[in-house]
Design a protein around this ligand. Structure first.
Ligand code: PEP
Length: 249
């Protein structure tokens, strides 16, 4: 049985002060969740949010990182720095990183390996653009991203990480993939993992759906056999909505 995992990606929202207050409010509203819950604030908010959620089941994640240990990489942050800030998870290869910061599958692969080497669980994002979906290229694009991002990993390593299927056309647009469409691609991702490292890992790896997840579509998405959770952007910025998503039926 795969334990569901719901992660909130706060993106570039909220100051450190506002993030800490928001995290405390979340802790009051998310108690005894039967799923893994992760919140991913910006870098400056990691330490205060980590302190706010310390005695709770909510885990801390970062939104990005560099693969190098340290060095002359102005503006970057290392896996050890994230670990030292209390992170257990890190989002890797989010479509906004791929689109606006030219992140490639090769870079994603280096980040995934570096994260695992520092006991950080990577949430590896994959997903096609609208034109690619309309051209019938969803499986080609997503398959290449999965194979590229996970290249060279052991079956055990793959089993331990999280993959987020996020169709780019559904992120922040209010347009959600139908539960059936999301299931179909998540199933395809699991089959791709099976071909890459074996069915045992494919059965263990957790696959999230992301893209305009809301209180009113989470239940149907989570009812799909190959959807093990959600990566939530906009709706994770509202306490009641995020709590409702975490407590899906
Ligand atoms: C995301 O940022 O990963 C995301 C899915 O955003 P939203 O839920 O706002 O579409």
């Amino acid at each position: 049985m795969r334990k569901p995992i719901i992660a909130g990606n706060w993106k570039m929202h909220k100051t450190a002060t506002a993030s800490e207050a928001f995290a405390r409010d979340l802790c009051d509203n998310i108690t005894g969740a039967a799923v893994d819950v992760v919140i991913c604030p910006n870098f400056t908010a990691l330490l205060p949010v980590g302190i706010a959620i310390k005695e709770t089941p909510i885990k801390l994640g970062a939104q990005n990182m560099h693969w190098e240990e340290q060095g002359a990489f102005t503006g970057e942050i290392s896996p050890a720095m994230l670990q030292d800030s209390g992170c257990d998870y890190v989002i890797v290869g989010h479509s906004e990183r791929r689109q606006y910061f030219a992140e490639t599958d090769e870079a994603v692969n280096k980040k995934v390996k570096a994260a695992l080497a520092h006991n950080l669980t990577p949430i590896v994002c994959v997903g096609e653009m609208l034109a690619q979906r309309e051209a019938g290229q969803t499986q080609t694009i997503v398959g290449a991203q999965v194979r590229g991002g996970l290249a060279g990993l052991s079956a055990e390593a793959v089993a331990s990480l999280v993959i987020a299927y996020e169709p780019v056309w559904a992120i922040g647009t209010g347009r959600t993939a139908s539960a059936v469409d999301a299931q179909e691609v998540c199933r395809f991702i699991r089959d791709t993992v099976a071909a890459l490292v074996g069915q045992g890992s494919a059965d263990c790896v957790r696959i999230q759906y992301g893209g305009s997840v809301k209180a009113d579509n989470i239940d149907e998405l989570m009812a799909q056999p190959d959807i093990d959770g959600a990566l939530v952007g906009g709706a994770s910025l509202d306490t009641k909505t995020f709590a409702r998503i975490v407590n899906f039926q």
